[in-house]
Design a protein around this ligand. Structure first.
Ligand SMILES: Nc1nc2c(c(=O)[nH]1)N[C@H]1C(S)=C(S)[C@@H](COP(=O)(O)OP(=O)(O)OC[C@H]3O[C@@H](n4cnc5c(=O)[nH]c(N)nc54)[C@H](O)[C@@H]3O)O[C@H]1N2
Ligand SMILES: Nc1nc2c(c(=O)[nH]1)N[C@H]1C(S)=C(S)[C@@H](COP(=O)(O)OP(=O)(O)OC[C@H]3O[C@@H](n4cnc5c(=O)[nH]c(N)nc54)[C@H](O)[C@@H]3O)O[C@H]1N2
Ligand code: SF4
Ligand SMILES: [Mo]
Length: 697
């Protein structure tokens, strides 16, 4: 037998690199990044390079586990697991109604799997509530776009990194978090100015031409001040504003309400520097792009912050052209797929649960009775957990997410788990902080052990292919969902969904006519042959997809009913928990290194990564603060918030300012400290701001 080469898409971050895995005649495997794939052009980061290693780990879930009467998880068969799932959830629904159960899922599994999960639960099992990990991550961007553009439609293509003259990165650290995407920035031959707006001096800030180390959570006054200067100097695109936007006059009033001096003082930035940035935006007009990630999305005023960037792009006419845009960079490998096809925050394909025409259309295209489609929206993640805490939700099912580590304020999270009658966790590992509490654990196959499709940050669909078998009784999430549907007695509704590629075809039909129409894609083979395809790709699309870099809004037409983009804004409000005498320090959180991913269930199983990263939790603090405390790197410190107290190592760093500390989210200590606050519109947690005190331990 000769060597076999199988192409797959990396299942960590949303860059969406492709990897070629060679399976040799003797069964051994080797991996190299795909040269011809336009996303990564032959490069990958260490996470992708070691993609398959965590799947071989000894703590993989190899059988379903069910808690016995002594509270100990015991191995059971799939028949028993399915039977228990159905029995327990049906009993809860019979006793407390369909709104007493919910699922919480991910941005990490293929979108065919997410769509099947959302459909089996909501159309088959009669559930109403189900939300995704995307609530922790992309909800703000999704809501900001939907309100401003009429659809959750990030407008850019990675080519824009190479074609921009001025790139403003806001709350975004792509050098470590989207490393291969950053290669595209470095490839830009136009000598661009790179500007970073981040309270910390990050790896990205260190490579930028200008860094604005604003006070945390002062983005709104900062960007409104910038808008005010652009407007007052007439450095704006009147024609574009008149032809393609609504709300400009109100915005002029709003940004006029605070002086530049006042904003500068609030943000901790010199006035002159804000003027200088406005001038640079004016001078580079036509090729200015704004990029944001979690420093924007995870805030108590996140949606309006994202829209402040959208507004800047709109009023300067920097949209729909090469090197422009108000561009949200996504997080997980398939965060974009979950936003459109998970049946959580919207009905499949970006439809609306509340719209009777949409329900009818989706039902017809799926061949299911319209009555099975819920007529109300799910509660968002935070409200589902709140309902669990006060007993309204009794049964919860977590899929491919580890909120026992990653959710904001873990005390509240575990209070919710304790109050449940039935907890199901579906993961690769029964050892995660969430899975160890499960009444029923379902062992899933990882991305190298199954097939499907991911959608990356630039809306590109890439194929995930199976390169190895899952261990023991573990099976793909897809097969788990189908098995549960059959056991529940609703399998007939999914007769057309025999396998992921069949589901792909079903979903293509569902999205016809939507902004995310993908009906022109001829199956997985076309995605493989053409190095992925960006949505939209409707049938009859005759563009040359080999060379296309698909950017949205070239015609200035948006997806709102009027076809015009909406300029949206609010008054600035400060966070509700601010430093005081008792808790004088601001806690910032985020990613720590390029090698570590999230709750580390996978990356801490890669020996190379473990050898290069800290195994135990740490807090970065400024040398002045370290000196006052009398601590140096590696000394233990106690970090205390109103929620909890944890002991971690100190790392003295010039990345944070005095009075601020930074803790990476990769360690389970961090979210004991975080403060439960949410954005008003997106309900995304404000992970990046809490008041703490730091003491020598
Ligand atoms: N290596 C690695 N890569 C990853 C991931 C990973 O875990 N590890 N996760 C992936 C996922 S799901 C995501 S969502 C992305 C996240 O990618 P990023 O958003 O780049 O990551 P973070 O470090 O969470 O946050 C970015 C920055 O926001 C800043 N920030 C905090 N508060 C504020 C504020 O008030 N204003 C501004 N302007 N900035 C602020 C922080 O200092 C931080 O540097 O990364 C993806 N890529
Ligand atoms: N303080 C603080 N907290 C944060 C953040 C922050 O910046 N600060 N960032 C937030 C953000 S942006 C994110 S995205 C979240 C991430 O939070 P989580 O989603 O909880 O993090 P992961 O570690 O990616 O969890 C994914 C889980 O899925 C499992 N898994 C992997 N592949 C598969 C599969 O194919 N099938 C199944 N069934 N399971 C699989 C993994 O083993 C892991 O347990 O954290 C959030 N939490
Ligand atoms: S940059 Fe992201 S997609 Fe690319 S190899 Fe690294 S983790 Fe995977
Ligand atoms: Mo994320």
């Amino acid at each position: 037998m000769s060597d076999q080469v199988i192409r797959t898409t990396c299942s960590y971050c949303s860059v969406g690199c492709n990897l070629d895995i060679t399976i040799k005649a003797d069964g051994t495997r080797s991996l190299k990044p795909t040269k011809e794939y336009p996303v990564n052009e032959g490069f990958c980061c260490p996470k992708g390079f070691h993609l398959l290693t965590p799947f071989l780990s000894e703590d993989r879930g190899v059988t379903p586990l069910l808690k016995n009467e002594q509270g100990v998880q015991e191995a059971v068969s799939w028949d028993k697991a399915n039977e228990e799932f159905v029995l327990r959830f049906k009993k809860i629904i019979a006793d407390h109604g369909p709104e007493s159960v919910a699922f919480l899922s991910t941005g990490q599994i293929p979108f065919e799997e997410m769509a099947l999960l959302g459909s089996v639960t909501k159309f088959g099992m009669g559930w109403v509530h189900g939300d995704g990990n995307t609530r922790q991550c992309m909800a703000t961007a999704a809501v900001a776009y939907k309100q401003a553009f009429g659809f959750d439609a990030p407008p850019f293509t990675y080519q824009d990194f190479e074609e921009s003259d001025l790139m403003v990165f806001v709350g975004s650290n792509p050098v470590i978090n989207h490393p291969i995407m950053w290669n595209r920035v470095k490839k830009n031959s136009r000598n661009p100015l790179i500007v970073v707006v981040d309270p910390r001096s990050t790896e990205t800030a260190k490579q930028a031409g200008a860094h604005f180390g604003i006070e945390p959570k002062t983005d709104i006054p900062f960007f409104y001040a910038l808008a005010r200067i652009l407007i007052e100097n007439d450095w704006i695109d009147h024609q574009f504003i008149a032809d393609h936007t609504d709300g400009f006059e109100g915005f002029v009033d709003k940004v006029g309400q605070r002086s530049i001096a006042d904003a500068a003082a609030l943000c901790g930035i010199e006035e002159d520097r804000i003027y200088e940035l406005a001038r640079q935006i004016h001078e580079q007009r036509g090729r200015v792009s704004f990029w944001w990630t979690m420093g924007v999305n995870q805030s108590h005023q996140a949606t309006r912050t994202a829209q402040a960037l959208i507004n800047l792009a709109l009023i300067t006419g920097n949209i729909g052209k090469p090197g422009t845009g108000a561009n949200s960079i996504t997080g997980q490998a398939n965060a974009m797929g979950s936003r459109l096809f998970s049946n959580t925050t919207n009905l499949l394909g970006g439809h609306d649960f509340l719209n009777a025409d949409h329900r009818k259309r989706v039902a017809d295209r799926l061949g299911i009775p319209v009555e099975v489609i819920p007529t109300k929206n799910s509660m968002p993640y935070n409200q589902i957990l709140e309902a669990a805490r006060d007993g309204r939700i009794k049964g919860l099912w977590f899929i491919a997410t580890n909120p026992g580590h990653s959710w904001i304020n873990k005390t509240e999270f575990f209070d919710a788990l304790k109050a449940l009658d039935f907890l199901v966790v579906q993961d690769l590992y029964p050892t995660t902080e969430t899975a160890v509490h499960a009444d029923l654990f379902l062992p899933a196959a990882g991305s190298g052990e199954k097939s499907g499709t991911f959608i990356n940050s630039e809306r590109r669909l890439g194929v995930v292919q199976k390169v190895m078998d899952p261990p023991g009784l573990a099976k793909s999430d897809y097969d788990i969902f189908l098995g549960l549907a059959n056991a529940w007695g609703c399998g007939d509704l999914f007769a057309n969904w025999q396998n992921p590629e069949a589901a792909f075809r079903v979903l293509q039909r569902v999205a016809v006519g939507q902004p995310c129409d993908i009906s022109g894609i001829e199956g997985y083979s076309m995605l493989l042959e053409n190095n992925g395809v960006q949505w939209p790709y409707p049938q009859g699309n005759d563009e040359d997809i080999h060379s296309a870099h698909r950017r949205l809004f070239a015609d200035g037409k948006f997806f709102t009913p009027s076809g015009r983009a909406q300029i949206l804004f609010d008054d600035y409000v400060s966070p509700t928990e601010v430093p005081d005498e008792q808790y004088p320090t601001v806690l910032l959180t985020g990613r720590g290194t390029m090698m570590q991913f999230h709750t580390q269930t996978r990356t801490n199983k890669v020996p190379f990564i473990r050898s290069k990263t800290r195994f135990e939790g740490y807090v970065e603090l400024h040398s002045k603060d370290a000196e006052i405390l009398g601590v140096k790197t590696d000394d233990k410190v106690k970090v205390t918030s109103r929620r909890a107290s944890v002991t971690v190592s100190a790392v003295v760093s010039d990345g944070v300012k005095p009075g601020q500390v930074f803790m990476p989210m990769h360690y389970q200590e961090t979210n004991w400290l975080t403060y439960t606050a949410f954005d008003t519109y997106s309900f995304e947690p404000s992970y990046k701001y809490a008041a703490v005190k730091v003491e020598k331990a």
